[in-house]
Design a protein around this ligand. Structure first.
Ligand code: ACO
Length: 428
């Protein structure tokens, strides 16, 4: 075997041979442009709708091996992060490359606490939505609106200003989420109390009634914190790619997060956790599972088994494994079972033995079991994608900052293959 790190291509149209260097297991598609039939020819392009086999960036944040079911942030396995760290430590890790020391964590937490209030006008903004408005739509709109309160956010090339916006977004996204929820159920907004800690503060804003201080069960706070850790980043997925695409035009990060959240909203991405619950409710009983699987396989209505399958994982999603055991712990603490869990387990059991799913390497993904935990915490189904967006904001922002620092990046602007009419005249 040759040790030469290059690819030799022969263009059979011209019989010319080209050599492209192989770097990090990739060839540059810009290198293909030299392959031309004549001087006027634009040159060869790569064609890859949906980026099935195209790396769009270099990143040192998250590593995934989809065949082995491995997920690591900055080298740390997700299982260890879930067990031994907090969400804020993971957010710091994504942003800075290292887990924080005690002093660094204190400073980071203080920066976030200092930004933990929403401008008074945001109350009116959230209250202007219909009570049945989808909270994800509210989050997208509110995040875009929030950027107008911070004109300095436009200075995306200033590191200090960037860090301030990052703290603002991480601090304020749970407030928007909780207030959107409380608006929908007609309850007064609860002001943030950062002294509770990031995740307990979110639960307090969601759940506090007339009591002066909401004391969430510490194990429930830990369970939700683990869910936040598991959702914090997942390299170049649909919403992160959107964050980077918007960020590449040097738009402010509030606008970019609003766009990323819009991408997350779809049922094939972060909206899947909501879709899983609707699916489990529709199935209704364990007996109905085999027929449901048959219908999916028959492709009736183009339906999919929601919470199954992944573009990258062709093995069990490691996050789903952690969530599955977390679900048992949460149900134990709350002293109640979610009957839908039995249906979910039966779906998984049958699907993992079924030739259709085995052949296509379709395993449960992060969204298959997460909704069952949210439901046990009495979080309404339409808030599930918002629960995903809260921690993913830290991943989006880490990736956004990495993009802005990357000298190889430019404004994202793919090419196309034009398939329309080339030229015609208006006959009038
Ligand atoms: N149920 C049934 N069949 C499926 C499913 C599923 N959930 N997912 C993929 N398939 C089938 C496809 O029909 C296709 O079959 P074919 O080869 O006979 O045509 C084959 O598996 C490959 O599917 P693709 O659509 O090419 O896979 P892709 O990588 O594009 O899609 C995706 C990945 C979008 C996640 C897909 O598996 C899916 O729709 N899953 C359900 C929605 C979901 O759970 N999304 C959450 C993903 S995790 C996240 O975003 C946080």
């Amino acid at each position: 075997m040759s040790t030469k790190n290059s690819l030799t291509i022969t263009d059979n149209r011209t019989s010319k041979t080209y050599e492209l260097p192989i770097v990090d297991g990739t060839v540059s598609t810009m290198g293909l442009r030299a392959i031309k039939t004549d001087e006027k020819d634009f040159g060869l392009m790569g064609y890859d709708p949906a980026f099935m086999n195209t790396a769009s960036c270099r990143s040192s944040i998250t590593f995934i091996d989809g065949d082995e079911g491995i997920l690591r942030h900055r080298g740390y396995p997700i299982e260890q992060l879930a067990e031994k760290t907090t969400y804020l430590e993971v957010a710091y890790l994504l942003m800075n490359g290292e887990l924080p020391s005690a002093a660094e964590l204190e400073t980071f937490s203080a920066e976030i606490s200092a930004e933990s209030s929403l401008h008074e006008n945001m109350k009116g903004f959230i209250q202007s939505f219909l009570p049945n408005a989808h909270p994800m739509g509210m989050l997208i709109a509110a995040m875009g609106a929030l950027g107008t309160f911070y004109p300095d956010a436009k200075q995306v090339l200033d590191a200090k200003v960037r860090r301030r916006q990052i703290a603002r977004i991480i601090a304020q996204i749970p407030i928007i989420a909780a207030w959107s929820y409380r608006h929908g159920v007609g309850k007064p907004f609860v002001n943030p109390d950062p002294s509770l800690g990031y995740t307990a503060n979110f639960l307090s804003m969601m759940k506090r009634g007339s009591e002066p201080r909401y004391a969430a069960h510490p194990d429930i706070v830990k369970a939700l914190d683990v869910l936040f850790i598991l959702h914090a980043d997942h390299e170049q997925n649909c919403s992160t790619n959107t964050m980077r695409a918007i960020g590449s035009s040097q738009a402010d990060p509030f606008s970019a997060v609003a766009g990323a959240a819009a991408a997350l909203y779809g049922p094939l991405h972060g909206g899947a956790n909501e879709a899983v619950l609707h699916m489990l409710n529709e199935i209704g009983t364990i007996d109905a599972v085999p027929q449901f699987i048959k219908d999916i396989k028959a492709g009736s209505g183009g339906r999919r088994l929601m919470g199954f399958g992944h573009r990258v994982y062709k093995n069990y999603d490691p996050r789903a494994k952690v969530i599955k055991s977390l679900a048992d712990r949460v149900f134990d603490i709350l002293g109640k079972q979610n009957p839908l869990l039995q249906i979910a387990r039966e779906l998984e059991r049958i699907a993992l033995q079924d030739e259709y799913f085995v052949k296509r390497k379709l395993y449960p993904n992060v969204d298959f079991y997460s909704g069952l935990i949210y439901q046990a915490l009495e979080i309404p189904i339409d808030l599930f994608p918002v629960m995903f967006a809260i921690p993913r904001a830290s991943g989006w922002l880490a990736q956004w900052e990495e993009l802005l620092m990357d000298k190889e990046q430019k404004i994202a602007r793919p090419r196309q293959i034009y398939t329309g009419i080339m030229l015609r005249d208006i006959k009038r």
